[in-house]
Write a protein that binds this ligand. Sequence first.
Ligand SMILES: C[S@@+](CC[C@H](N)C(=O)[O-])C[C@H]1O[C@@H](n2cnc3c(N)ncnc32)[C@H](O)[C@@H]1O
Length: 250
Amino acid sequence: MILNYLYIFFVVFGIVVIIFLILGLPRKKNLRKPSIEGIDDPDVAKAFEKMTNFIPFKILRRRILSELKKYSFTGKLVDLGCGSGNLIVLISKNYPNLDLIGVDISSEVLDLAKKRALENNVNEKIEFKIGSAENLVLPDNSVDIIISSLSLHHWKDPSIVLKEAFRVLKQNGTLLIFDFRRDARKFFYGLLKFATKVVVPKALKNIKEPIGSLEAGYTPTEIKELISKSPFNNEEIEFYIAWMFIKMIK
Ligand SMILES: C[S@@+](CC[C@H](N)C(=O)[O-])C[C@H]1O[C@@H](n2cnc3c(N)ncnc32)[C@H](O)[C@@H]1O
């Protein structure tokens, strides 16, 4: 009995020590290196598609889905930089009443997204549009929710995207952005470098991904400055070890 208590004590103690170690580790202080904007190479698109099936990406999609539960489920949702469509297809299956649009700058990944939607029988519910988040072919005040995951760090000028998002959102419409933060804990950079060696497909390694995306991310200070200069003035930001969630309401 005492041994059982001791065992539980050491396990809990170990977990607490690890959490303190992780949170206490220094953050990287590197200058931003812009990354390539769209995924135009077919091999890179396929490699990226493979990577989005890894567990961290699945956890991220679940996190965004649970955030969406807070909203009303009618109206129009746009996914900016929808990539191969993992998230928007999942949303379509969970919230069939939403009118969905996926926008991406790359035709290669959009082809994969269309295929995914077809395979999941939701192709008639999602409209995929090729184009830039900086120039949305959507009317003013027409969208209820805009989401974007892991795309912000690719945008050439995020301030223009925020203006565009504000323009197309209805009054009280929501913009949800998830992305990496460049000033991640140093151990996260190490972990990602290790994971890159072990599991990341070659086509992505060749373009220095996913480390390139982390290095292209923004810091909390940069994000706050970007939002302060945008038309949005109602925002909540949650910062984590290596990523952040931004919620803005028009
Ligand atoms: C890392 S992928 C993320 C894809 C998807 N959102 C996900 O979470 O799996 C980034 C995507 O953003 C797209 N992208 C980059 N810049 C863009 C822009 N200015 N407008 C629209 N899409 C863009 C890329 O083509 C790519 O598909």
